[in-house]
Design a protein around this ligand. Structure first.
Ligand code: ADP
Ligand code: ADP
Length: 238
């Protein structure tokens, strides 16, 4: 069944219509791609799903619950998370410290701030941190400060921080942007492996990678859904 149902989402900024009547259903376990030219409204759509900005009209159902008008923290705790951006990493802290902070933040939220009443979770912190580092291929570089990481490594760390929240729905905004062809191939492989048992929506400009990765694609243009289908259907329509 559906994990996410957006219905009639519209976002206006003054006279500018960034999203117009977008409806989209994503099923549990699905990998969905979103493509479209710059200005098509992709980022705005994600911001409404994470409740960073409220829609002008329309509704968002997540796991059967109406989340329209909730805040980012609440929605994150429910299991809907967007990948961090490079500028949100703590540059002077190490890879491991960054992941530890994200895991702790998640535990704090989940256990209503009472870390001491949940000692076994806290004592399992290191295992959860190690597991996250392995998921994003950074287990060999835990003690490196973020400022010394290569760009591709920073992008993987962003994904790791989002995974530390154990989201049931993970939104990735251009996870392949700025990467070399080799880094892209590795990141596609990584995204495939972390997608097991998870639902993900991925915005990206790299059509070949997306076609390889996702099961369905939604094409946005001028704030509207132009077409939706399997990668083969989208290719044959292009
Ligand atoms: P995309 O992610 O596909 O490039 P965006 O969602 O960023 O598209 O932007 C869609 C349109 O909405 C663009 O014309 C953009 O300039 C406009 N827009 C986005 N955010 C804002 C904002 N906070 N205020 C005003 N206009 C915005
Ligand atoms: P991104 O594509 O990563 O969202 P942008 O440079 O498009 O980055 O947008 C940066 C920020 O500025 C976003 O919060 C976006 O909502 C906002 N923004 C984008 N376009 C406009 C605009 N025309 N007027 C005001 N704010 C905008």
């Amino acid at each position: 069944g559906p994990i996410l149902q957006a219905t009639g989402l519209t976002k206006r900024y003054g006279g500018l219509v960034a999203n117009s009547d977008i409806s989209l259903t994503v099923n549990h376990g699905e990998l969905r791609g979103i493509i479209g030219p710059n200005g098509a409204g992709k980022s705005t759509f994600f911001k409404m799903l994470t409740c960073e900005v409220p829609p002008t009209s329309g509704t968002i159902m997540f796991e059967g619950q109406d989340i329209t008008g909730k805040n980012v923290t609440d929605v994150c705790q429910l299991g809907l998370t967007k990948s961090y951006q490079v500028n949100q990493l703590f540059n002077r802290l190490t890879v491991r410290e960054n992941v530890t902070i994200a895991v702790l933040a998640e535990l704090r939220g989940k256990f209503k701030l009472d870390l001491f009443a949940n000692r076994s979770k806290i004592e399992g912190l290191n295992e959860q941190v190690e597991h996250t580092l392995e998921l994003v291929n950074l287990a060999g570089r835990p003690d490196v400060p973020v400022s010394e990481l290569a760009y591709g490594e920073k992008r993987r760390l962003e994904i790791g921080l989002a995974l530390a929240n154990s989201p049931s729905l993970l939104l990735l905004d251009e996870p392949l942007a700025g990467m070399s062809p080799q880094e892209r191939i590795e990141t596609v492989k990584l995204l495939k492996s972390i997608s097991r048992g998870r639902t993900m929506i991925i915005i990206d400009h790299d059509m070949d990678s997306l076609f390889e990765l996702v099961e369905r694609i939604t094409v946005l243009q001028e704030g509207r859904v132009l077409v939706e289908g399997t990668p083969d259907e989208i290719k044959n329509n292009a």
